[in-house]
Each structure stands twice: as C-alpha cells, then as structure tokens.
Ligand binder design. Sequence first.
Ligand SMILES: [Zn+2]
Length: 181
Amino acid sequence: MVERLEFDMTLYPAPVLRKPAEPVTAFDEELAEIVRAMFERMDKSNGVGLAAPQVGLKKRILILNHSGDPRDNLVLINPELISRSGPQIYFDEGCLSFPGIYVEVRRPERVRVKALDASGKPFEAEYDGLISRIIQHEYDHLEGILLVDRMTPADKHRNRAALDNLVERHRRESEKAESAQ
Ligand SMILES: [Zn+2]
C-alpha cells in the first residue's frame, strides 16, 4: 500500500516552480497515487490543468481535463511537444499558481504531443482548441516557465498589486517556516 497523498497548491514565487522537472522513470503505485492526488487537487481548485511542480514535485507529469467530465481526464508523463502549428491565437489564461490573475497569451492553435500514460504506455496525438492551450501552458511549467514570463510590460503593470501580494505572502510564509525550525 502506498501512502495516501494530499497536495496543497504551490504558489508563485516558490522556487520549485522555476526548476526544470525531471523525467519519470517508475510507473508504479506511487505514480498512480501522485496522479490521483493531482486530479483531486485540480478539481478542488476548479482548474483545468495541473503540472507536478505546482504541487511541489520536480517531475514531468501533467494532467488536464478541459470539460469537467471525468472521462476526459488526460495524463501526460514525460511529454514532448513534437510540433506546434496553425495560427497564433490569443486566449485569456489563468494559472492555479497565480490566483486571480488572467493574461492574454498568444500560442499556436495546434500541438502534437508524444507522451506516456500513467501505466508507461507511449502514445502520440494532436490537439487543438482548449486542450492544446492547456497542454502548452502546463508544458511551460515542466520547463520552469511561468505565466509571469508570458506577460507584456502592460500585463505586469495591470497585475502589479496581485503579483506583489503573492511575493509578500511567500516571504511571510518562508519566514514563518524558518522560525518554526
Ligand atoms: Zn499554470
């Protein structure tokens, strides 16, 4: 039996969000439990996608569900974006690590992905629309790229107070953690 996991959201600017994630090598019960607990966290936070660094894990795991129907759950382990194509599209993106912040981000419409599923079985597929958008956003997380990096100077200016609040909250919580040691 593996231990039951319960994840908190890791918020900007936690350092783990900046570290490139490492490939998954074991497709075991522990991985299955991580994936289950990630879906639980994503659902509780009303998200459509989640990458492992957002729950504090430096692993190349991303999950998504664009519809809210559990049959649309998608798990991508060690994903590779083989190609991006189609017109560049602007879309309002949020991020569970940046609560309350939304930014118009330009990305190509389609993405072709190679990945493993939670059992280690390889698959390749092409996505467009919201699924493509979520995959490209979550894939950024595996590379340590964040919503704030996709902001224009005007976006940053508009979201200055919210970003400062997150930085301040992180500073206070780090201090609290240090003084508790
Ligand atoms: Zn995100």
